[in-house]
Design a protein around this ligand. Structure first.
Ligand code: HEC
Length: 411
């Protein structure tokens, strides 16, 4: 009986990806990551919050809620939180496609988030702090820093630690009153907690450890360039610089364990859970590393396979499209539909892709000429209301090379 049940559920799982296929990947840089033992959440410039299936390395849910960059994400006991440039904070629960709660747009973008069972705290670019009680949904805002809140952490007892552009390290009681305040030697760019050690990365390339009161513990110079991301778990901390190098160090003495050259431009977000370290940034791909020795683990979580190369100018121009458009039949796994068979096809008619209402109401047949027109005028003018970000290919020779390339590779 048990074997049969297993067989049935395996069949169900195999049947699912077809309907979920448009759900995969960020169409642009990734700016936020959060991980828990069985969860990985990412946020990006494409306004998406993605919940990943860590074992299958596929996107489980793509949630479009924020306008503009999703600047911070955090996991909670039964879900996760996202926050954005739009100044809103959304609480998500497992299995629900709309947030269970979302705050009004704040005057300022959110720059940091921290979540624990009893509270969710957001820090804003204007220095204010907002606490949300997930049980009552009550939100309280208070002044925190003069300038951007660069990092937040909730201590086991419920106190909050924040670091800000005013070079302050502040510990707050759970009721919002001030517990202690220290000065930081350099501009902080991020904060992570492991037990009662707080790790702060700074613009001077130094990783500094602090006690919950802000006293300086060991520190280590890592890079000539600013450190921009930090993550910590159990007895380990990871920090990344703007060049995409990631350092993995042991706590509490910052003994170096591994140095990882991620090799794909700036890393803007790190997350750690158990033995896995995740990095992501400018190229939109989330990569997985061993938090023990820095070895690359598995396949990248959101790799965009390269478009066919044929050493033509058209292949070069198409590179800008490949982040969002596959040329393989039925592969709608990126932000836009597959362009396989696009010439001769009426607009918004590709099967299995959820086109916008705006596109479905237009009356265009795609040909080399109409696609060239599309990028002469840009999607906003040629296909008003399109979800494709506005972009133009201004050089007529490039447009010609582009459509010839698509013609060669789309059938
Ligand atoms: C950031 C993502 C993104 C990039 C980059 C992008 N597109 Fe798109 N594209 C989309 C989305 C999303 C849609 C669907 C829009 C909608 O439904 O409103 C789309 C739609 C289209 C369509 C209409 C498809 C149809 O079946 O009706 C064409 C043609 C197209 N894109 C071509 C291109 C080309 C060529 C490039 C590069 C010059 C490009 N796109 C770059 C996201 C993108």
């Amino acid at each position: 009986m048990r074997a049969r049940l297993a067989a049935i559920s395996a069949a169900l799982l195999l049947a699912l990806p077809a309907s979920g296929q448009e759900l995969a990947g960020h169409a642009g840089p990734v700016s936020a990551l959060a991980a828990a033992p069985d969860a990985l959440i990412s946020g990006g410039f494409d306004g998406r919050t993605i919940q990943w299936d860590r074992s299958g390395a596929t996107a489980r849910r793509i949630l479009r809620f924020h306008d503009g960059n999703v600047t911070a994400v955090a996991t909670t006991g039964d879900g996760f939180v996202s926050a954005g440039q739009d100044g809103r904070i959304a609480l998500w629960r497992e299995g629900q496609d709309d947030p269970v709660r979302a705050t009004e747009r704040a005057a300022s973008p959110v720059s940091a988030l921290a979540a624990a069972d009893t509270q969710i705290v957001a820090g804003f670019f204007d220095g204010s702090l907002m606490r949300i009680d997930p049980a009552t949904n009550e939100a309280v805002t208070q002044p925190g820093h003069e300038g951007r809140v660069a990092g937040l952490a909730i201590l086991p007892g419920g106190d909050l630690v924040s670091v800000g552009a005013d070079l302050r390290f502040v510990r707050w009681h759970a009721d919002g009153s001030l517990a202690s305040r220290m000065s930081l030697p350099e501009l902080p760019n991020g904060l992570a907690r492991a037990g009662d050690i707080l790790a702060v990365v700074s613009a001077d390339g130094v990783l500094r450890l602090h006690s919950p009161e802000g006293e300086l513990l060991p520190d280590r110079f890592l890079s000539n360039r600013p450190l921009v991301a930090v993550a910590a778990a159990q007895d380990r901390v990871a920090a990344a610089d703007v060049d995409g190098t990631v350092w993995l160090l042991d706590l509490p003495f910052l003994v170096p364990r591994a140095e990882i050259q991620t090799g794909h431009g700036p890393v803007w977000a790190l997350a750690m859970a158990g033995d896995a370290l995740f990095s992501a940034g400018a190229d939109g791909v989330i990569r997985q590393w061993s938090a023990r020795d820095g070895a690359a683990l598995g396949a990248p979580v959101a790799a965009v396979p390269p478009a066919p190369e044929d050493a033509s100018r058209g292949a070069e121009v198409y590179r800008a499209c490949a982040v969002c458009h596959s040329l393989a039949p039925g592969d709608h796994s990126r932000a836009g539909p597959s362009l396989h068979g696009v010439f001769g096809r009426p607009i918004a008619s590709a099967e299995g892709y959820a086109f916008s209402e705006a596109l479905r109401n237009l009356d265009i047949v795609w040909t080399p000429e109409t696609v060239a027109e599309l990028f002469t005028h840009g999607p906003d003018a040629y296909t008003p209301g399109s979800r494709m970000p506005n972009q133009r290919v201004t050089d007529p020779a490039d447009r010609q090379a582009l459509v010839e390339y698509i013609a060669r590779h789309s059938r």
